[in-house]
Design a protein around this ligand. Structure first.
Ligand code: ZN
Ligand code: ZN
Length: 360
């Protein structure tokens, strides 16, 4: 991954932003621009050079992960260090990430800077660079997805969905199977929801045991080399009620319609509405209360957001989820979620697990 090239691309934006330098404090952005994987690191891009800041715990690790950027190890607060750097560099306007500082962090920095230079709020600059993935990033996401596919095979198709297993128990099995398959970590705590509990779009696994006729909604993913995967499948233990079958068929149609509209240049809102229209037409419009999907990469939820009210269009090389769902309180819910890689003339779905409502 060419971190220097990424920093150059950001550097080129500084003039348009009207700043001498940009202070990058959101960790996924620091990682994207440097390769640093620790829990405390900041980066300044611009003012003739990039500087990476961290504390003594990461002196050795950062020398390995960030060999091509001047590093400063600090023991004071970062606000003090950053203010001192700005004075020494003679900057007049420095951008900061609005989403990368707490109110306290910003107040501390403002007090330290005390008029020496101006702090300028910026929003989503590095996130925008991250939308179109490089080949190596897409490969990492695919490896993470392969761990989830393997867990689906081993746990779901391999006998783990059985009468009496609890949501918690099934979640643990999925976690273990993903780690066994090579996941560095979980992309998020798996959502495992049985029967009527599947009517909650997000749901924390409980001790509810699985019973015949229940649907089983599973939303899970892995992390490999910092990159996430995200997939939802809805299966059943024994034949579910016909209404749930109908809901699954509808969600599958909605997902297909949306996927058919995906290509570089497609409007985000148009892709969302392709799925939403199918669900509306079937009379379930009120039962699909979330956006259609989101970007996936160094974060589980990142740009672009596929929503009915979103501005903008899909970029070639973006990886986004297409995840329509229908949720009916008291009955259950169905969601089908696949990551797709956006190409110039369409898209490539990344999971290999079947989207069918497998009856176990
Ligand atoms: Zn998901
Ligand atoms: Zn998702």
């Amino acid at each position: 991954m060419d971190h220097a090239l990424r920093r150059e691309r950001l550097d080129e934006r500084l003039r348009e932003l009207g700043v001498d330098a940009l202070l990058v404090t959101r960790l996924p952005n620091v990682r994207y621009l440097t390769g640093f994987t620790g829990s405390n690191g900041q980066l300044v891009v611009g003012a003739n050079e990039s500087v990476f800041f961290t504390d003594g715990r990461y002196e050795h690790q950062s020398s390995r992960e960030v060999p091509d950027v001047r590093r400063e190890i600090y023991s004071e607060t970062f606000a003090e260090r950053a203010a001192a750097w700005g004075r020494a560099a003679g900057v007049t306007r420095i951008g900061f990430e609005a989403a990368g500082l707490t109110y306290k962090g910003w107040s501390d920095l403002r007090d330290r800077v005390a008029g020496a230079f101006e702090l300028v709020s910026t929003d989503g600059e590095v996130e925008r660079l991250r939308v179109a993935k490089e080949r190596s990033e897409i490969e990492a996401i695919a490896r993470a997805q392969a761990c989830a596919d393997e867990a689906f095979d081993r746990v779901v198709l391999g006998g783990g969905v059985r009468e009496g297993v609890t949501e918690r128990g099934l979640a643990r099995s999925l976690e273990e199977a993903m780690r066994d398959a090579g996941a560095d970590d979980l992309a998020f705590d798996p959502i495992v929801a049985f029967g009527e509990q599947a009517a909650e779009p997000h749901h924390s696994p409980t001790d509810r045991p699985l019973a015949p006729g229940d649907v089983v909604k599973l939303d899970f993913g892995a992390i490999v080399d910092g990159y996430h995967s995200d997939m939802t499948r809805t299966v059943a233990l024994g034949e579910p009620r016909p209404e749930l079958r109908t809901m699954h068929d509808l969600v599958a149609v909605a997902q297909r319609r949306a996927i058919e509209t995906v290509r570089a240049g497609a409007r985000l809102a148009v892709v969302d509405r392709a799925a939403r229209g199918a669900i509306d037409d079937a009379g379930f419009g009120d039962s699909f209360p979330h956006g259609l999907g989101h970007g996936v990469g160094l974060e589980i939820h990142e740009d672009p957001r596929l929503r009915w009210d979103a501005d903008g269009e899909l970029a070639e090389g973006a990886v986004v989820t297409i995840e329509p769902g229908v949720y009916v309180p008291g009955l259950g819910g169905v969601r089908i979620e696949d990551m797709v890689e956006v190409t110039s003339d369409g898209c490539r779905a990344m999971p290999r697990s079947t989207r069918e409502m497998v009856v176990l």
